[in-house]
Every structure is written in structure tokens, then in C-alpha cells.
Design a protein around this ligand. Structure first.
Ligand SMILES: [Zn+2]
Length: 210
């Protein structure tokens, strides 16, 4: 088996490799970026005739006041702030190095909102034994470093690769509690030996959980 890719999701999507994907409550979405201000052109209103009055000589119709012509504004060429600075991102290195030694614990069923699922799994591994959890953790650290350099406040769902879990529900909760703008769950699923590439899973909203 060959490691073919990493699953990354912008909301908590915790995939037990080979076991499908379950979506947990997504983190609170970040506040939408403010839309650029659009200068509104005043709408010229139709001149309204004065109400009919029992007078012989109608008063002169005042000339409609000319709409104020606001100058057309363009987006000032200001220096754009770093788009990621200050954002909170949670990175979830899939699985954990100690899961295999806690088979019973990680097999515990947890409530994922749409059903139940194992707390976690051991993950995949390459044909020569390189485990997925090690690759996930390595990638997660590299990603953390790059995001941190861009000003992102990064939290990991687990900070070493020697323990077990946490359960997928706890991983999702970490993202929610951090009010993360994005949560990225890193996995490296198995595939055919000639397989290459990666895929990205974006969880759909789950009624009642989002
Ligand atoms: Zn995995």
C-alpha cells in the first residue's frame, strides 16, 4: 500500500481511514470578510406631481433638486494586511502514535451527531511500515510552522505522537472551543501502489449541529 495523499478539511472532518468520513459539528465560521464598499449612485426619483387641489392656478412645480453627484470612489491602493494574520486555525494530525496500544479505548463508540463511530482508529501505513499517524503528525507540524509564520494562531488537537486519541468528538470540540476560522484534519489514506495525488474533503452542514 502506498500513501497517496492528505485529506484536509476547512471544517472539522474526521476521517477514520477506510471507514468513511463523518462530519462533526463544524467550528464557528469566521466572520465574513467585509465586502468592499460600493459607492451608491443616487437613484433619480420620479418627480411627483403635487396633489390635485381646488385652486385655479396650480403652484409651479419646483424643479427637482439635482441629485448630489458623489464622486466615484475606487478601492484605495492601500497595503493589504496579511490575510491570515490573527486568524485561529486548528490542525488535527489524524490518529495518534499510541492508538494501537489502546485498541479497546479507541474502539469505544462515540456520538457524532448523526450516529456513532469509533473514538479513533490506528490509521493506515505504507507497505514498508511507515505509519500514517507519523506522517500526519510530521505534516501537521510543518503546516503549523508555516501558518504561524504567516501570523496565524495555531492549535493542534494533540501535541505529540505518542499518546492515544483524543476521540474524534474531542478533536471537533477543540476546534469549536477555539472558534477556529478553519480546522484542518490531516490524513494519509491508503490506495493502490500506483496511486498519486490528494483529495480534500469538505463536510456539509449537518442539520442541528451547525
Ligand atoms: Zn487517517
Amino acid at each position: 500500500m502506498r500513501v497517496i495523499g492528505l485529506a484536509a478539511a476547512v471544517a472539522i472532518s474526521l476521517s477514520a481511514c477506510g471507514g468513511g468520513t463523518s462530519s462533526i459539528a463544524a467550528p464557528s465560521p469566521s466572520a465574513p470578510a467585509p465586502l468592499p464598499e460600493v459607492s451608491s449612485t443616487p437613484i433619480e426619483q420620479e418627480a411627483v406631481s403635487p396633489p390635485a387641489a381646488p385652486v385655479v392656478i396650480p403652484p409651479p412645480v419646483p424643479a427637482p433638486s439635482a441629485p448630489s453627484t458623489a464622486p466615484v470612489t475606487t478601492t484605495p491602493p492601500s497595503v493589504a494586511p496579511a490575510p491570515l494574520a490573527g486568524r485561529v486555525v486548528v490542525i488535527d494530525p489524524g490518529h495518534d502514535g499510541g492508538n494501537a496500544a489502546h485498541a479497546r479505548d479507541i474502539a469505544t463508540q462515540v456520538d457524532i451527531g448523526t450516529g456513532t463511530k469509533e473514538c479513533d482508529t490506528v490509521g493506515a501505513q505504507t507497505a514498508d511500515g511507515y505509519p500514517e499517524h507519523a506522517l500526519n503528525f510530521d505534516v501537521a507540524q510543518r503546516l503549523r510552522d508555516r501558518l504561524t509564520s504567516a501570523g496565524v494562531r495555531v492549535a493542534l488537537t494533540h501535541t505529540d505522537d505518542t499518546g492515544w486519541g483524543p476521540c474524534i468528538t474531542r478533536r471537533a470540540a477543540i476546534g469549536n472551543e477555539a472558534h477556529a476560522a478553519a480546522a484542518i484534519s490531516v490524513h494519509a489514506d491508503g490506495g493502490p501502489s500506483n496511486g498519486r495525488g490528494f483529495h480534500v474533503i469538505l463536510p456539509a452542514p449537518v442539520a442541528g449541529l451547525n
